[in-house]
Design a protein around this ligand. Structure first.
Ligand code: AHM
Ligand code: MG
Length: 335
């Protein structure tokens, strides 16, 4: 094979999960059981997205989801695929999806102990333009006999046992972390149909002069946010602005290159736009475990925020440690 280097010891996501399970003697294997269908889900969604324009999956599905957004055909498909995958695992007791008003309780598995929070296709307004979108997920472990009630779900991100996202870009990238663990990145190998560990132990750069937010909202921003963004633009070497408008893609770039992603609460959206359970908390866990920070608009650790309702929103600032610290310092100054 000439000078081409062939890796004969590939770590697939399946192998990674099996090895993790072997390392942790107390592990029941439940998590692995549920991760495999989850991997299948993201493999399928990646496939559908790639095929979307060929098989006419673009455009609106003719219905609205609970928050009034127009639903895309792929939103519906992504949601259905996710639900089917989680149900089939037999390990999921309750599932919260951005696309479902109520939590879904799988009564056929009363012994199942996981609660899964997900946004099956986040950033879907970008789909028709072929811009990257993603799946975000967070996982709680429930007490034995849990009924999958709201109380089982209205918990802070510190209770998550695992969280992460998959970005459907030029290739599908899966980033996941477990409580207190490293952040690992996997790349979909389309030929093998497997996620391969390509970015072990991801660490976000401590700082980087890139900021990512929808400045079109600045009319509604509070004073500290205005002052912060202005300070970046007036810095000796001004920051670069990068905003895709698809959180998973913006987050993935921020994780790799460093910088900050922000979607603050403002005078118009006083609670912010992004959802706590399946957008903010999982991202906060990824960024903290990679050495960064994530806070809400009150400068509280995002991962400690407890939602009152499963679809609650929050402002968020997440990214490189030093970049988020700048936001915190300016807010502190304003008191
Ligand atoms: P969605 O869950 O309805 O797709 O909305 C979430 C998306 C995020 O991916 C992205 O960060 C944000 O909305 C962009 O919002 P805006 O268009 O207001 O900048
Ligand atoms: Mg979303």
């Amino acid at each position: 094979v000439g000078s081409e280097r062939i890796n004969t010891d590939i770590v697939t996501l399946t192998r990674y999960l099996n090895e993790e399970q072997t390392k942790h003697k107390e592990a029941t294997g439940d998590f692995t059981y549920f991760s495999h269908p989850q991997q299948d889900d993201q493999t399928s969604i990646a496939y559908y997205i790639r095929r979307a324009s060929l098989i006419n999956l673009g455009g609106l599905a003719g219905s609205s989801n609970v928050t009034g957004d127009d639903q895309k055909k792929l939103d519906v498909i992504g949601n259905d695929v996710f639900i089917a995958a989680m149900r089939s695992s037999g390990r999921v007791r309750v599932l919260v999806s951005e696309e479902e008003e109520e939590a879904l309780v799988f009564d056929e598995y009363p012994e199942a102990r996981y609660a899964v929070m997900c946004d099956p296709i986040d950033g879907s307004s970008n789909l028709d333009a072929g811009v990257s979108v993603g799946t975000i997920f967070g996982v709680f472990k429930l007490p034995i006999g849990a009924k999958g009630t709201k109380e089982d779900l209205l918990k802070p991100g510190t209770e998550l046992v695992a969280a992460g996202f998959t970005m459907y870009g030029a290739s599908a990238q899966l980033v996941m972390t477990m409580r207190g663990g490293a952040v690992n990145g996997f790349t979909m190998d389309n030929a093998l149909g497997e996620f391969i560990l390509t970015h072990p132990d991801m660490r976000i750069p401590k700082k980087r002069a890139i900021y990512s937010c929808n400045e079109g909202n600045s009319k509604y921003w509070e004073e500290p946010v205005l002052e912060w963004v202005n300070s970046l633009k007036q810095a000796e070497k001004p920051y670069s602005a990068r905003y895709i408008g698809s959180m998973v893609a913006d987050a993935y770039r921020t994780l790799l290159y460093g910088g900050i992603f922000a979607y603050p609460a403002d005078k118009k959206s006083t609670k912010g736009k992004l959802r706590i359970l399946y957008e903010c908390a999982p991202m906060a866990m990824v960024f903290e475990n990679a050495g960064g920070q994530a806070v809400n608009s009150k400068m509280q650790r995002m991962i400690e925020v407890v939602p009152e309702h499963i679809h609650d929103r929050s402002g968020i600032f997440m990214g490189s440690y030093d970049e988020v610290q700048k936001v915190i310092d300016i807010h502190k100054k304003h008191g």
